[in-house]
Design a protein around this ligand. Structure first.
Ligand code: DC
Length: 238
């Protein structure tokens, strides 16, 4: 009897605006297909954290030359955490999963991710992670720059007010005293920074499929995605 792999190993690129639920959805796709999941935003955050720790960012001012000088000494790796059922990021061997999500890192990561040499290094790392395929990678430039030949490219978007409301609910649930207007202006500012930076700005790849999840649940998104996956991989399975 012939053995067939029910899930052919392809590359799935998930790009889009911040706070659209990209990572949650990309992680769910990877779990469903038995693929590796890589959150590239975490990698830009890891470089930012290291730069803060090493004094290359002071009082919110990023010294680009100093950040570039640190790149040779940073190692980033992901290790599966069975308790979370997801991978944690390590910077030079130290667990950094929680520290990369602080507001201090969030405030500086746009500036760090705009440095061309930072992008060059991280893109090369991401390309080597995808060498054996069977990967879902989420970010801003995956379908345009990292894997322009990805078999499936998703471009996720949602109404800014819906995105702000989701983040507001999340932060409030954690006990953070934030206002909705503050969150909405942060979402709009990040959209502006991501789409207007000189190097690899966020844009939809010509062959990406738009997923506007303003009024969709994760289950509805998954159902939609599995239809697309079947359609795109059917030729390879016949
Ligand atoms: O997905 P995130 O919000 O954790 O990403 C953090 C920052 O990194 C965000 O400001 C955009 C940037 N980023 C990027 O420039 N390219 C990527 N591939 C992923 C993230």
């Amino acid at each position: 009897m012939e053995c067939t792999n029910p899930n052919p190993k392809i590359i799935i690129a998930v790009d889009g605006y911040s706070s659209c639920g990209k990572s949650t959805f990309a992680k769910a796709i990877a779990a469903r297909l038995g693929y590796i999941f890589i959150d590239t935003g975490a990698m830009y955050r890891a470089v930012t954290l290291y730069a803060l720790d090493r004094g290359a960012i002071r009082s919110g001012v990023v010294d680009e030359d100093a950040v570039e000088a640190l790149l040779d000494e940073i190692t980033i790796d992901f290790r599966f955490n069975p308790v979370r059922g997801a991978s944690d990021i390590y910077v030079n061997g130290d667990l950094a999963e929680n520290r990369i999500r602080t507001i201090e890192v969030s405030n500086c990561v746009s500036a760090v991710s705009a440095i061309a040499e930072v992008r060059r290094r991280l893109v090369a790392m991401q390309q080597s992670m995808g060498r054996s395929r069977g990967i879902v990678m989420d970010g801003r430039d995956i379908g345009t720059t990292v894997f322009p030949d990805a078999e499936i490219k998703l471009f996720m978007t949602a109404d800014p007010k819906v995105r702000a409301q989701r983040r507001y609910d999340e932060l409030r649930a954690k006990g953070d005293e934030v206002s909705f207007d503050e969150i909405l202006s942060n979402v709009l500012a990040r959209d502006h920074a991501d789409t207007t930076r000189a190097v690899s700005p966020l844009r939809k790849a010509d062959d990406a499929v738009v997923l506007d999840n303003s009024t969709m649940t994760v289950d509805e998104q998954m159902e939609w995605f599995l239809g697309l996956f079947d359609q795109r991989t059917a030729a390879g399975r016949r």
